[in-house]
Design a binder for this molecule. Structure first.
Ligand SMILES: *Cc1c(COP(=O)(O)O)cnc(C)c1O
Length: 362
């Protein structure tokens, strides 16, 4: 029996995607080899590569102006690549601070050039529990770009309306909510996402970038770190992570068969709403630190009113095959990650456990 997997990342994958990988592992489409063993320059792999790019384009609705790049190095390398390519001397970049990952992105930008905080919801206790309101944001109209983190995996907040940055290019880290809901990609010059949260296995990083902007990026940086290199080589400049890309293909096929991002958004909203309601329905046994309007649909963060019950909560959860519920060490408490592959039935099991644990220990 499969576990109910609420891990933050790497996270659960749809069973269908894994079964297909199992069935095709020893002989991929009659080639007598697995996909892992094939040249990335040969036709069988080329078809997988192209299918992943076209499914991402179709499912995101990314316009023709944007390239779909399949890179490596995780979102963490994007923290550095974005400023290396686009933060020129004499310019400054604006960062909107909503959590651990925007902190890391800012640190990398400041190693490269001039980056400033254009809005932050950091609290005196070092936590972030909200998204900046319009009046908390002050943008530099001549900034090289504005960077934000769409979903804050650690603290459980999410942008539900993106700020208007006018003519200033908007760049966003979508690692933990990519393809979880429809997004107007044309509003962003660049979107990046590590695959291992909401999309596929670790090892692949998706970048959607305006082609012209990518090609205007700095050229006096190492070849592998230029977006232009990957744009011109169709993400085949060097050997891509073929296994991760293949598994991502299976996940994307599954996502399309489910009805795409619109269907996922409805299903994800319902999953999160049911869990938040269950937590709030137990009096003050559980606490949700994030206000309703900023809550993440992907990562539900909560604490127990009596912290001494956290350990028994996790032990009991594991016994019920509810896995991955311990919060990030910086946020404390609990976190249930409800990515696309987490089924409504998984959430039913967690909701039952949450209510039952409160009844027995309240
Ligand atoms: C996990 C995560 C990262 C870091 O991703 P890596 O692929 O491990 O580099 C960055 N941003 C967000 C929002 C994340 O959830």
């Amino acid at each position: 029996m499969r576990a109910h997997n609420f891990s933050a990342g790497p996270a659960g994958l749809p069973l269908e995607a894994l079964e297909q990988a199992r069935d095709e592992l020893l002989d991929f489409e009659g080639t007598g080899m697995s996909i892992l063993e094939q040249s990335h320059r040969d036709a069988p792999y080329a078809a997988v590569h192209a299918e992943v790019q076209s499914l991402i384009r179709e499912l995101t609705g990314a316009p023709e102006s944007h390239d779909v790049l399949l890179l490596q190095g995780g979102a963490s390398l994007q923290f550095a690549m974005v400023p290396m390519n686009f933060l020129r001397r004499g310019k400054s970049a604006d960062y909107l601070m909503t959590g651990v990952w925007s902190d890391k992105a800012l640190v990398e930008a400041q190693l490269v050039g001039n980056a400033r905080i254009a809005g932050s919801t950091l609290r005196a206790d070092g936590r972030y529990t909200s998204i900046p309101r319009t009046e908390q944001i002050s943008l530099d109209p001549s900034a090289a770009y504005v960077h934000l983190t769409s979903n804050n995996t650690v603290f459980g907040t999410q942008w539900h309306r993106y700020p208007d940055t006018g003519k200033v290019p908007l760049v966003a880290d979508f690692s933990s909510d990519f393809l979880s809901r429809p997004v107007d990609v044309s509003r962003f010059k660049l979107i990046y996402a590590g695959a291992q949260k909401n999309l596929g296995p670790a090892g692949l990083t998706i970048v959607l970038v305006d082609r012209e902007w990518a090609r205007e990026g700095r050229q006096d940086i190492p070849t592998m770190l230029r977006y232009r290199t990957h744009s011109e080589a169709d993400s085949l400049y060097n050997t891509p992570p073929t296994l991760s890309i293949y598994l991502t293909r299976n996940v994307l096929r599954w996502l399309k068969a489910q009805g795409g991002t619109a269907a996922m958004a409805a299903r994800n909203a319902d999953k999160a709403q049911r869990l938040y309601a269950a937590l709030e329905g137990c009096g003050d046994f559980y606490r949700v630190p994030v206000g309703r309007e900023d809550r993440s649909v992907m990562n539900v963060v909560f604490t127990l009113g009596d912290a001494s019950l956290e350990k028994p909560f996790l032990i009991g959860a594991r016994a019920a095959r509810l896995i991955g519920l311990k919060g990030h060490r910086l946020a404390g408490g609990m976190r249930a990650s409800l990515y696309n592959a987490v089924s409504p039935a998984d959430v039913d099991a967690l909701v039952d456990y949450v209510k039952d644990f409160a009844r027995r220990n309240g």
